[in-house]
Structures are given as structure tokens and as C-alpha cells.
Design a protein around this ligand. Structure first.
Ligand code: F6P
Length: 504
């Protein structure tokens, strides 16, 4: 049982700690680097340029105990119904072999089918497949897109397009590039009801029919937790790869939703991705509070968003291969924790999820870093860099990239006084975390993404919210359906005018 009064006191205690100046922290504690760097699964997490001190750590650890972090974490791995508002377990870790034995076994069965499918497609059982057109949106697109873009750009196996927006432009661009006779159409939707995906899928089938493909449905694979809906839609049972209802959409890239990545990378690569995630699962599940890296990152998040009222956090990938990471994290973090009530329905006072934004370094330096260095907002920054170069060019490119990344973190922290010329002064004392990856292998990316998932969950536990529902997206969908059905009737004058003007 958690004690609300004790939890409120602990938040109060944390908020009343005097915030130190970052610049003094290394001098005050000769072992700061040792204490604030954690290495795990080939990743180095450096929290030393944040304001987290021994005092904060001890207080946050007490809070973690008071909110029953250990119990909640164990409940997730045990397959208990922790998504209370939807009455579901949360079992994405079972997809990589960690969790309740029955769920791990069921996920393994799905994986065997998925692997066979990858192999039969490779062997030409669906004809000569050169192109993969994956339609899906949100969690059914962002994860696969990130994986394919980060890991498979030079794999040379299939040309993959991930199409999400219902705006036909993206679909047309893919169709213009692909040969319909040599295209595998993947329809990815957990619910198999999402308007955008179903419309894109129908248009893609039409494109195949118009091009004279004999059996377009024979070139379709459905990835879904609702096989009945896929069958109703016209897809043969044998062409459906399922996954469990207890795998949330934004946590689903490890399930059959990862098919385009498995095709693009090959099965061994996909398996290495799962193994990397499993290594992070074991760390998150077993590491004590003090060494637990997703929990430590959540302490940093809470320190800035809830205690110091920072409204946003920025993620900059200093590697072109990770350019899609910020958008992936936006869904993971904001859809999971952008809530105003706790799991028991009572209000949360103060910020929950920070607004996640970001970009790619060095481009972002020349666009948004002005505000980070001199603006009035304090934005905790996360840098992600890879030691091994991802290109075959002169090593000078990669060296310059890394030099810039490290320089930004130092500059944010150090700042520079300039009393004579305030426009050229840098306040400094601005926080950043750096994640350094040895090499961007499937294993490392698996561990990195799993780290973010567990960090998101750890934030949810500290805030006592349910990180696994997403009712906030429903109202807009409902209103869109009503406009489709009934037109402009019954809305406010602004909405009615827009509908009448643009839709007639
Ligand atoms: O509208 C939000 C959402 O439900 C996300 O949570 C989900 O990832 C996305 O839509 C797509 O849903 P589906 O996989 O069911 O098509």
C-alpha cells in the first residue's frame, strides 16, 4: 500500500532542495563522474552535467520506494493488469523473451511464424518481392520507420517505404517508385480499424489491381492484434501475423509490427535487436535503484519537469541514422505520460510528461541552439552520439560531428560571462545528458529503445499515472467521424465555417 501523505511530503522535500550550480558540482565531488555515469549494454549514460546530486538521488530513491517502484516493476514483468483503465497487462517485454512464461511462449510462437514468413518471402514464395510498402500510423509506423532508417539503409535487401499520413502525397510517392508486381503490401494496425491505415491500404490494393496484379491480396500481409477484423477486411488467415492485445501500439515494434525491419535487416539482425532490448529488460528488472539507468533517467526527467517546471525536453541525435528518434520518442513519451490524472482517477498537480522535441546534430545547432544557450527557457537536453562512424567517408566527418556534440554540452554547462556586452553573454548552468553508443548495431539500438520504454514507465510510476492508455486521442477521432457522417451540423461557428468552406 502506498501512503499519499508520505508521497506528497517526499515531493515537497525534493522540491525544497536548494538547486546547485552545475559548475561547482565536479569540484565539490571528486567522484561525480563515477557516480553519475552508468554503463549498460554497450551504452554509456552520462548524467553528470545534470543537477542531480547525492541529495537529490537519495530523496528520489525514497520517493521510488514510497510509490512502490519495485512492486510496480515486478507487476509489469509478472503480466499483472497494470493498465488498469483498459483492464490489460503490459507485455511488450515478452516479445523479447522477458516476462510471464505463458506470454513469452506465445510471443515466441508468433516470432517463429514471422521468421518463416521472412524466409519464404526471401525464397520467392510470394513472387519476386523487391519493394515493401508498409502502411500503418503511430506505433504501427514510427518504430518500424526508425529501425529501417537507422539500421537498414545500406542493407540492400528490399526497398522499404513506411507510409502513415492519410494525405495521399506520401502514398503516391511510394507508388511512383515501386513496381506493383514486385511489392509486398504490409497493413499494420493493432486494432485494424484506424481510418488512415485502412484508407491507405485500400488505395494501395487499388493501385495493384489497376496495374493488373492477378491476386493483390496474395501480396498482402496484415500485422494486427485483431485478426478477425483483418479477415473481415479480406485478408486470408494465412497472411495474418498476430500479436497480443497486451502489447501497446507504441511498444509494438518488437512484435510482428517489426516485420518491415525484419525483412530489411534479415532475421539475424532483428533477433539481435530483440536481444539488445532483453539485455536492457534484465538490467531494468534486476538492477538496484541506485544503479538502475532507466530509473535514474526518470529522476532527471522529474527533477526538471515537475520540480523545476521545465516544460520541454530536447533530444538531439548526433548521427543521421537516428534522425527519426525524436519523433519516435514523442509518441512514446507524450502518449504514455501526457496525462492529468493518476491511475486512480485523482488529479495530478504539476507537470506530467515534458513536451519532447528535438532534431539532429549538427543541423539543429544552426537552427534552435540559440534558444538553448541564451533563451529564457531552461531546456534539459539529451545528446545521443555513436563512437563508431556510420559512414565510410574521411574520418574527419565523424570526428567533427562528435567534437560538436561534446562542445555543446560543455558550452551549455559552462556558459561565459560578459558584463560589458550582455548580448554576447552565456548564462551557463544549463543541463544535459549524453548517451554514448559504442556502435549503432541492432543490439545497441534494441537496448537504447528498451531504455526509453522503461524510463517512460519509471516516470509513470513516480507520477502514479497509467502510462499505457491513450484516451486523449479519442475525442478528436470521434468528432472526425461525426463530421464525415453528418457534415457541419451542430458545431461552433468557426468549425462550421471551415467545414463548409473547404468541404462544401
Ligand atoms: O490514435 C493513437 C493510436 O491509437 C496509437 O496509440 C496507435 O499507435 C495508433 O493510433 C495506431 O493504432 P493502430 O495500430 O490500431 O492502427
Amino acid at each position: 500500500m502506498t501512503d499519499p501523505a508520505r508521497i506528497a511530503d517526499l515531493w515537497h522535500e525534493i522540491k525544497s532542495i536548494v538547486v546547485p550550480d552545475l559548475r561547482g558540482l565536479f569540484e565539490e565531488d571528486a567522484d561525480r563522474l563515477g557516480k553519475q555515469v552508468i554503463e549498460e549494454s554497450g551504452l554509456r549514460f552520462d548524467f553528470s552535467k545534470t543537477h542531480l546530486t547525492d541529495g537529490y538521488l537519495a530523496a528520489f530513491e525514497e520517493l521510488a520506494q514510497a510509490v512502490d517502484f519495485n512492486g510496480k516493476r515486478a507487476a509489469m514483468f509478472a503480466g499483472e493488469t497494470i493498465n488498469v483503465t483498459e483492464g490489460r497487462a503490459v507485455e511488450h517485454t515478452a516479445e523479447r523473451g522477458e516476462g510471464r512464461a505463458e506470454s513469452v511462449a506465445a510471443a515466441h510462437e508468433h516470432k517463429l511464424r514471422m521468421r518463416t514468413l521472412v524466409e519464404v518471402i526471401e525464397a520467392g514464395a510470394l513472387g519476386e518481392i523487391k519493394h515493401v510498402l508498409h502502411v500503418g500510423i503511430g506505433g504501427s509506423a514510427l518504430g518500424p520507420d526508425l529501425l529501417v532508417d537507422a539500421l537498414a539503409r545500406d542493407a540492400g535487401r528490399y526497398d522499404v517505404a513506411i507510409v502513415s499520413n492519410v494525405d495521399g502525397v506520401a502514398l503516391e510517392a511510394a507508388m511512383a517508385r515501386f513496381d506493383p508486381h514486385a511489392t509486398l503490401l504490409i497493413v499494420a494496425s493493432k486494432t485494424f480499424t484506424t481510418t488512415e491505415t485502412m484508407l491507405n491500404a485500400a488505395s494501395a490494393i487499388e493501385w495493384m489491381q489497376e496495374a493488373g496484379v492477378d491476386d493483390p491480396y496474395g501480396q498482402v500481409i496484415a500485422l494486427t492484434a485483431a485478426p478477425d477484423k483483418a479477415i473481415e477486411w479480406g485478408i486470408d488467415e494465412t497472411r495474418i501475423l498476430g500479436f497480443s492485445e497486451s502489447v501497446g501500439g507504441r511498444y509494438s515494434l518488437w512484435s510482428s509490427i517489426g516485420l518491415p525491419a525484419a525483412l530489411a535487416l534479415g532475421w539475424d539482425g532483428f533477433e539481435a535487436l530483440l536481444e539488445g532490448a532483453a539485455a536492457m529488460d534484465r538490467h531494468f528488472r534486476n538492477a538496484p535503484l541506485r544503479e538502475n539507468v532507466p530509473l535514474r533517467a526518470a529522476f532527471v526527467d522529474q527533477l526538471y519537469s515537475r520540480c523545476l517546471a521545465c516544460q520541454t525536453r530536447a533530444v538531439f541525435a548526433y548521427d543521421e541514422r537516428l534522425r527519426l528518434l525524436p519523433s519516435y520518442l514523442q509518441q512514446l513519451e507524450m502518449e504514455s505520460n501526457g496525462k492529468s490524472v493518476k491511475a486512480d482517477g485523482t488529479p495530478v498537480y504539476g507537470h506530467t510528461a515534458a513536451i519532447t522535441w528535438g532534431g539532429v546534430g549538427t543541423d539543429a545547432q544552426h537552427a534552435v541552439f540559440q534558444l538553448l544557450h541564451q533563451g529564457t527557457h531552461i531546456v534539459p537536453v539529451e545528446f545521443i552520439a555513436v563512437t563508431e562512424a556510420g559512414d565510410a567517408l574521411d574520418p574527419a566527418h565523424h570526428q567533427t560531428l562528435l567534437v560538436n556534440c561534446f562542445a555543446q554540452g560543455a558550452a551549455l554547462m559552462q556558459g561565459r560571462e560578459n558584463a560589458a556586452d550582455p548580448a554576447r553573454a552565456y548564462p551557463g548552468n544549463r543541463p544535459s545528458t549524453t548517451i554514448l553508443i559504442d556502435a549503432l548495431t541492432p543490439h545497441a539500438l534494441g537496448a537504447l529503445i528498451a531504455f526509453y520504454e522503461h524510463r517512460t514507465f519509471a516516470n509513470g510510476i513516480l507520477l502514479q499515472i497509467n502510462s499505457f492508455d491513450q484516451f486523449g486521442v479519442e475525442l478528436g477521432k470521434e468528432i472526425a467521424r461525426s463530421i464525415e457522417r453528418d457534415g457541419a451540423n451542430g458545431f461552433d461557428p468557426s468549425t462550421m465555417a471551415l467545414i463548409e468552406l473547404a468541404l462544401g
